[in-house]
Write a protein that binds this ligand. Structure first.
Ligand code: GDP
Ligand code: IMO
Ligand code: MG
Length: 429
């Protein structure tokens, strides 16, 4: 079947934007199925460098229809800003489709995100403060406001008024913060409605139709496996299903429509925000990876924590997502190192783990077991074929491929589109 899921195999920022843009040309639709503008996907398309937060990374291709699925949460102000930026770069956003069932991020979600993080103090999750968690909370509580509510002013006003009765009490009485005025919120959001209305669609129905017509659909994941609400390092996760299963729930197609699942992993690993990180490097090597890899968050500008490639995590990602292919990005960044470590297992209280331990305490206190491989210390950014890579780089790829049990089909050796080795990526086979 012609559906392919692209998913982050680590803690996000694996280079999903670059790879989506790279392979998108083969597809008719590119669909975001979860998350919101907590995502920051960098796409370098020709001479243009774009940071996309909400709009699928296929937007630059006139032959592709980009779609924001029902599993997403949408801040309409950010959406319109992003559309304007793309239009200013001469990328038309006319084809953009938005599910009427996607939930709206309301101003109080941003306020509650900030307040609850402030309250947690040292135990904060380190969220992007974009209102993601509170918006999904309301969705699960069945009190959320959806994109389709923008189509009916009367309903929209009623929902805002109802929500604010509770939210203002929480903001004022619990957080000692300012209340929101329902009329002002309605005026702001109903002004966005005019712009968004032409893009709203019944997306599940549409996607099922196009899949039946054998059109190709790429489901573009945001965040990463270890940030998944169910399968990640809870509670230091985001509030949506970033794993491949989320693609079907978040867009309204059946699992039998999925042909392949491509996992994206960096040749090392990074994390933004709080939470356990067994292979984190708080030393010179960590600083080197950070500066050579340019590891600064696209959404919040925060420094990303860096560490050695963790094969336990990628093996786990292979299982929970059912990966058929792996793409390793940023291999070029490792060219600066004499020796490279790979975490092959964890140890905790005398027990050895080859997959992510079920117990959060074991994961928090896990000691990584490393294998050391020689570096290649050569610039590989001009390599375009697997055979162009130095022996040590190929050994590295084959070592992590064996540990993941999934073929490494794509290797990225630089941020540009063409700085890529298509080793064995065959989406249609
Ligand atoms: P995403 O959230 O998964 O889309 O990833 P981000 O865009 O947040 O972060 C990935 C960063 O790495 C971006 O700055 C990309 O331009 C860059 N990048 C992607 N692939 C490569 C690569 O192979 N080598 C290098 N040096 N940079 C890369
Ligand atoms: P992309 O799609 C990296 C992290 C935040 C925080 C946690 C919860 O660019 O890979 P949230 O605001 O979602 O409630 O924050 O998740 N986080 C990301 N980290 N890349 C992302 O997206 C992220 N989106 C959220 O830093 O630790
Ligand atoms: Mg990112």
């Amino acid at each position: 079947m012609p559906g392919i899921v692209l998913v982050g195999a680590q803690w996000g920022d694996e280079g999903k934007g670059k790879i989506t843009d790279l392979i998108a040309d083969d597809f008719d639709y590119v669909v975001r199925y979860q998350g919101g503008n907590n995502a920051g996907h960098t796409v370098i398309h020709g001479d243009k460098r774009l940071a996309l937060h909400l709009i699928p990374s296929g937007i630059m291709y006139p032959n592709i229809t980009p779609l924001i699925g029902n599993g997403c949460v949408i801040d309409p102000r950010v959406l319109i800003e992003e559309m304007d930026k793309l239009e200013a770069e001469n990328f038309s956003t006319e084809r953009l489709l938005i599910s009427g069932n996607a939930h709206l991020i309301m101003p109080w979600h941003l306020a509650l995100d900030a307040e609850s993080e402030r309250r947690l103090g040292n135990n904060e999750i380190g969220t992007t403060k974009r209102g993601i968690g509170p918006a999904y909370q309301d969705k699960a509580a069945r009190s959320g406001i959806r994109i389709q509510d923008l189509l009916d002013e009367h309903i929209f006003r009623l929902k805002v008024q109802t929500a604010l009765v509770e939210k203002n009490e929480i903001l004022v009485k619990i957080y000692n913060s300012k209340p929101f005025d329902a009329n002002a919120v309605c005026a702001e959001y109903l002004s966005y409605a005019e712009r968004i209305k032409p893009h709203i669609t019944e997306s599940s129905q549409l996607l099922n139709e196009v899949l039946r017509e054998n059109k190709w659909v790429l489901f573009e994941g945001a965040q990463g496996t270890l940030l998944d609400l169910d399968h990640g390092t809870y509670p230091f996760v985001t509030s949506s299903s970033c794993t491949a299963g989320g693609a079907v729930v978040g867009s309204g197609v059946g699992p039998t429509t999925i042909n392949k699942v491509l996992g994206i992993a960096k040749a090392y690993i990074t994390r933004v925000g709080s939470g356990p990180f067994p292979t984190e490097l708080n030393d010179e090597t960590g600083l080197k990876l950070s500066s050579v890899g340019g590891e600064v968050g696209v959404t919040t500008g925060r420094a990303r924590r860096c560490g050695w490639y963790d094969a336990v995590i990628v093996k786990y990602a292979a299982e929970v997502n059912g990966l058929t292919d792996l793409c390793i990005t940023k291999l070029d960044v490792l060219s600066c190192l004499d020796r490279i470590k790979v975490c092959t297992a964890y140890e905790h209280e005398g027990r050895r783990y080859r997959t992510v331990p079920g117990s959060q305490s074991a994961f928090h206190h896990a000691t990584p077991i490393y294998e050391e491989l020689p570096g290649w210390k050569t610039d590989i950014t001009a390599c375009r074929n697997y055979s162009d890579l130095p022996r040590e780089a190929k050994d590295y790829i084959e070592f992590i491929e064996d540990l993941a049990g999934v073929p490494v089909s794509i290797i990225a050796v630089g941020p540009d589109r063409d700085q890529t080795i298509m080793r064995r990526w065959r989406p249609r086979s």
